[in-house]
Design a protein around this ligand. Structure first.
Ligand code: C2G
Length: 129
């Protein structure tokens, strides 16, 4: 079984997120999504609208997602890849190059980010109404 992993906050889930989850799943048979905890989001200077539990609930309902685990820090990726026997690490290309250190442990793929949508854009546009 070819296992894929990806990481993110996935707040206010939108079609850009779905696009990367679908393509990540297409790269294997089993997709693990590591969702940033609320504490880690604070480290990322991100304030998610939905808390971790609800973001996890939403992600677990997506057909492409097989397992959701917490992302607690920047340092856990090598351990996650080893512990879960991951074959492919996938991120949007806004992160291109940032995780190349994982190439010693698995395939690293940066997929094209979906243009025209983002959680901050949604927040800004709703906030201005
Ligand atoms: N994404 C995308 N297209 C968009 C928006 C997001 O492809 N229009 C992708 C991002 O590139 C990322 C994933 O969706 O791969 C999740 O995006 P975020 O929730 O914004 O995650 P981020 O804050 O980038 O956290 O350790 C890695 C971090 O946790 C990544």
């Amino acid at each position: 079984m070819k296992k894929v992993i990806t990481y993110g906050t996935f707040d206010l889930l939108h079609w850009g997120h779905i696009n990367i989850l679908r393509r990540a799943k297409e790269m294997g048979d089993y997709l693990i999504v590591a969702i940033s905890t609320d504490e880690f989001n604070r480290l990322k200077h991100k304030q998610a609208y939905h808390n971790y539990e609800n973001r996890k609930l939403i992600l677990e309902a997506i057909r492409y997602v097989d397992e959701v685990i917490p992302e607690n820090n920047w340092e856990q990726k090598v351990e996650d890849v080893q512990k879960h026997n991951v074959d492919v690490f996938v991120m949007g290309d806004d992160w291109k190059g940032e995780f190349d250190f994982l190439k010693d442990h698995c395939e690293v793929v940066y997929l094209e980010r979906t243009e025209g949508i983002s959680t901050s854009q949604i927040k800004n546009e709703l906030g201005s109404n």
